[in-house]
Design a protein around this ligand. Structure first.
Ligand code: HEC
Length: 130
């Protein structure tokens, strides 16, 4: 094969590779985007609202109401439990991952690693009302 043809083919592969690589990355970003409404709120509904809404024991005990996004972001009477962009230091993540003495949900089955990962990714992506 002449070096000109070889070089042209190489160029074509590079262009193909770049465009494939680019769309693969774009897809990964879309798949990885967590939605408060579709992904996060349903976990709270199933596993937290039993105690963290109205006058439930979680609201009475800590002040944390998880009914709406605004309630959730207000946190407990001592302050926020979510620091947007930083799940490492967000109390909500610390508690559901069992990184502290107490774990949430209280006296209930722990969240699955998939559920804790959804909450972690959502907080790390900015804890948006999306
Ligand atoms: C069976 C009841 C119950 C369930 C279910 C429950 N909680 Fe709680 N939660 C409590 C009570 C009671 C408190 C306050 C006393 C304490 O901190 O132990 C509390 C406190 C908290 C706090 C504040 C801790 C602090 O003082 O900083 C967070 C954050 C929290 N819960 C998150 C959650 C999350 C997230 C879920 C769901 C995955 C959840 N809880 C499910 C009862 C519950």
């Amino acid at each position: 094969m002449s070096s000109i043809i070889r070089r042209a083919m190489l160029g074509a592969w590079v262009v193909l590779g770049l465009s494939l690589g680019h769309s693969a990355i774009a897809n990964a970003e879309n798949f990885g985007q967590i939605s408060y409404k579709d992904d996060v709120r349903p976990i709270f509904e199933l596993r937290c609202l039993e105690c963290h809404t109205n006058n439930g024991p979680g609201v009475v005990g800590s002040g944390l109401n998880m009914e709406t996004y605004e309630d959730l972001m207000r946190g407990t009477r001592f302050g926020p439990v979510i620091i947007p962009g930083n799940a490492m230091v967000s109390n909500l993540n610390v508690l559901v991952e069992g990184r502290a003495g107490i774990r949430m949900p209280h006296n209930r089955k722990r969240l699955t690693t998939c559920e804790t990962a959804i909450l972690r990714d959502w907080v790390n992506q900015g804890a948006r009302n999306n």
